[in-house]
Design a protein around this ligand. Sequence first.
Ligand code: TYM
Length: 351
Amino acid sequence: TPRVFSGVQPTGNLHLGNYLGAIRKFVALQESHACLYCVVDLHAITAQLVQDDLPGQIRSITAAFLAAGIDPKKHIVFNQSRVSGHAELAWIFNCVARIGWMNRMTQFKEKAGKDRENASLGLLAYPSLMAADILLYRATHVPVGDDQKQHLELTRDIAAKFNFDFAERIEAAGLAVPITAGEESTEGYFPITEPLIEGPATRIMSLKDGAKKMSKSDPSDLSRINLTDDADAIARKIRKAKTDPDALPSELDGLKERPEADNLVGIFAALAERPKADVLAEYGGRQFSEFKPALADLAVGILAPISAEMRRYLADPSHIDAVLKDGAERAGAIADATMKDVKDIVGFLRD
Ligand code: TYM
């Protein structure tokens, strides 16, 4: 059966990129799949160990999940550190993955910066924990933004190497199941996960620089629309967003070499759930002074109810805390079954 897993880090402000690239897709997948949505608090300490108000950050991501429309009764919402299998399986994957694989990760290179020797070992091993998150539930589909693509390829590599290296033991333990990877089908224990990276919003860019992605860690608050921004802040940030002086083109081709225009049109298209070409057919030939207020209205119409709902959840976090506790129990039951199998495959004695 298809199973979806995805995670969001409880660091910094959730923004429009997180919403359009990930959370809104989480909501849509609930109709067709069994889903686990995780607040990845173990990942949150990889780049910076001591976090400001980590409990508050975890609750805030959970509030965003619920406010956006994730149903924690039908699906599973939890925080990662509560289910010990994540850390346990990550350790085993640290022994499956090669150092060279980790060194090639562009996100590691970016986050570690020049002083790589001084980055935490956890930051290097980050993708191995991410593979553990997904494979602990033997998830088949992972909705993410474009920036996570390389990490998901590594997850596939880890699953394939584990399946290959332990093939005989998996078979002998009767744990082999059919696995499909693209066209090929084989047998193994872990699925070869499909990334779900589709639509016009897989990579929302900074409002101040069309060459940088919108990010929680950008020092300029004007670079992003936070999920918790009020209507005035949203309108102001869109008004101040960088653009070129030309009118909007009427065809997609006209967005080439115009990264800021392309980004704003992409945001409009994603929010309106319309193709970009359709948006251009309507706004082609018009100035940004006309387009920006329309975009601001659209953004406020979608984000304001979500942020109001988030505030309502956060005013009394007891519901959020209960959701996370219940989610961890249900996730833990799936995780325990996987860890039993994995321990048998590797050869660890267990209860
Ligand atoms: P994180 O917390 O940085 O981001 C959460 C989700 O938002 C997407 N995203 C974007 N999408 C479009 N445009 C943007 N500018 C943008 N910025 C962020 C991200 O791609 C992501 O889907 N490593 C992950 C968390 C993680 C995870 C996992 C994800 C941990 N374990 C297992 C999937 C499966 C991360 O740091 O996401």
